[in-house]
Design a protein around this ligand. Structure first.
Ligand code: SAH
Length: 256
């Protein structure tokens, strides 16, 4: 039985079991989950290692029926836990009780959507370990001051600690993708008051980064009001210099 890789589903199957083992070993159990949902198991390269982790029950969501047939044939113990649907459409809170971790060598065509879906379900998802195209992995885990730091970094890191774990070469896949890949782990921050209006925070972050070369007094002009003192040093900064906390402080300043 052979699954022919389909480009439109972002299918790049991992060939090297050591990498799969390292991804599985990066699951820490942080947040007391007992269930892992793997997105896009394909032919089960990573699934095999997740199934060895006795502390958790692994479920998988795979959109490709050919891969699902393969999994059913070669992983009989998984049969009851294969969801043959688009991960982005799954009502996670109806399907799973309790805390849930996400894992995967993800389909790169929906990387950002996966991360934003995790954010939408953050109460349920304490940890995610997974592989993205390297550029997205770097952005997700980027720190202030780095060129990878942007909207995704700030919005994700407002709720999760993100850590870049390791880079994976294109030749570790069949077929090789055009770009290198990066594995990251994110862990939900302990619950605490957000510290500013969340909707406005998102708007401020997006507006500032939409013109990332400009100083804030220019890029967020549309959000300023007469009470804001734009001579403060923060308004001469560019968005990539601001930490999550700086963006929260800025949001509060703009809400006065
Ligand atoms: N984890 C496997 C396959 C990675 S390729 C390995 O490492 O070898 C990405 C996988 O995601 C493919 O199997 C593809 O069919 C699946 N996929 C693509 N879009 C998906 C979606 N929206 N929901 C669930 N799975 C999806």
């Amino acid at each position: 039985m052979h699954v022919k890789p389909k480009k439109h589903l972002g299918q790049h199957f991992l060939k090297n079991p050591e990498i799969c083992e390292r991804i599985a070993a990066a699951m820490t159990g942080y947040g007391d989950y007992k269930t892992i949902l793997e997105i896009g198991p394909g032919t089960g390269a990573l699934t095999a290692w997740l199934l060895k982790l006795n502390a958790y029950t692994t479920h998988v969501a795979e959109i490709d029926t050919e891969s699902v047939d393969y999994l059913r044939a070669y992983y009989p113990e998984l049969r009851e836990r294969i969801i043959t649907k688009d991960f982005l459409q799954l009502p996670l809170n109806e399907m799973f009780d309790g805390q849930l971790a996400i894992a995967g060598n993800f389909p790169y065509n929906i990387s950002s959507q996966i991360l934003f879906k995790i954010l939408d379900h953050k109460q349920q998802i304490p940890e995610m370990v997974g592989m993205f195209q390297k550029e997205v992995a770097l952005r997700a885990a980027g720190n202030p001051g780095s060129k990878d730091y942007g909207i995704l970094s700030v919005l994700l890191q407002a709720y999760y600690d993100a850590e870049y774990l390791f880079t994976v070469d294109e030749h570790e896949f069949d077929p090789p993708p055009k770009v290198k890949s990066g594995v990251i782990r994110i862990q939900r921050k302990p619950e605490q008051p957000f510290g500013c209006d969340e909707k406005k925070f998102k708007l401020v972050v997006k507006t500032a980064f939409n013109q990332r070369r400009k100083m804030l007094r220019g890029s967020i002009k549309s959000l300023l009001n007469p009470n804001v003192d734009i001579t403060l040093p923060i308004f001469s900064m560019r968005p990539e210099q601001l930490s999550v906390q700086d963006f929260k402080d800025l949001t509060n300043m703009l809400s006065q």
